[in-house]
Design a protein around this ligand. Structure first.
Ligand code: GLN
Length: 257
């Protein structure tokens, strides 16, 4: 799957170039959240394998497939809005109805939004230059650390003693600066770290979060605060997709393959 994602990412660059100038009615951005039968879903399509731009130029990935399956269960048409990760939570209730973006449930975010039940357990990983001596939590002190803006990787890096943290809009940009020597390591969620690690396997290593005592994180769909009707419907749909095997087949297709 990682090889496939890399080729999809490369192909998507070509596709975007090929599509430039062609009318694309499905890409029209909604200014406000829709009502009725359309569910406007925010994501940040730069977080493979959960979301990335597919070879048709549209967001693809595990989260995209999951939210479409949820939409089908609850009888709503899913319309995806690709935006900065850091804008997702504050856009719920205005530009978007809900967000799915490999988003970790945090207490801070819960002040603004509700979350569905969790659909995936994750953990941060550390991407280092190949052959790096970085191996444990103490080694991260006083380093230049790259992270993605507004993510749990950034929140962890901010707590590391003496760390000089650089935040990027896209995690891949942090990885590129690691390769260029501008940062010493990158803290990013394990699954995208592995995709980027496979993409640059001659240049970087991916170290597991367990070596650094990182806590498990739980991904969930961010929902408008207090909308229990929508939350109940989405949670019921997640349960059904787990029970009918759809969830497992999406994990195999997008994450484990
Ligand atoms: N899981 C991380 C977070 O919620 C990163 C998510 C992302 O970059 N899409 O902050």
């Amino acid at each position: 799957m990682k090889k496939k994602i890399i080729s999809v990412v490369l192909a998507s660059l070509l596709t975007v170039a090929a599509l430039a100038g062609c009318g694309n009615s499905t890409a029209a951005p909604a200014e406000t959240a829709s009502t009725g039968e359309t569910l406007v879903v925010g994501t940040n399509a730069a977080f493979p394998p959960f979301e990335y731009v597919g070879d048709d130029g549209q967001p693809d990935g595990f989260d995209m497939a999951l939210i479409k399956a949820i939409g089908a269960k609850i009888g709503m048409e899913v319309q995806i809005q690709d935006m900065e990760f850091d804008s997702l939570v504050s856009s719920i209730g205005s530009k978007i109805d809900v967000a799915i973006a490999g988003m970790t449930v945090t207490e801070e975010r819960q002040k603004t939004v509700d979350f569905s039940e969790s659909y995936y357990e994750a953990v941060q990983a550390v991407v280092v230059p190949k052959g790096s001596a970085i191996a444990a939590a103490d080694d991260l002190k006083n380093l230049n650390i790259g992270v993605q803006l507004g993510t749990t990787g950034e929140f962890i890096a901010d707590e590391i003693e003496g760390a000089n943290v650089s935040a990027y809009n896209k995690a891949i940009d942090a990885v590129n600066d690691l390769i260029n020597g501008r940062v010493d390591c990158v803290i990013v969620d394990k699954n995208p770290a592995e995709v980027f690690g496979a993409q640059y396997s001659d240049k970087v290593d991916v170290l597991p979060g367990t070596s650094f005592d990182f806590e498990p994180e739980f991904y969930a769909i961010a929902l408008p605060k207090g909308n229990t009707d929508l939350a109940n419907k989405i949670n019921a749909a997640i349960q059904e997709l787990k029970a009918d095997g759809t969830y497992d087949s999406l994990v195999k297709q997008y994450i484990e393959e």
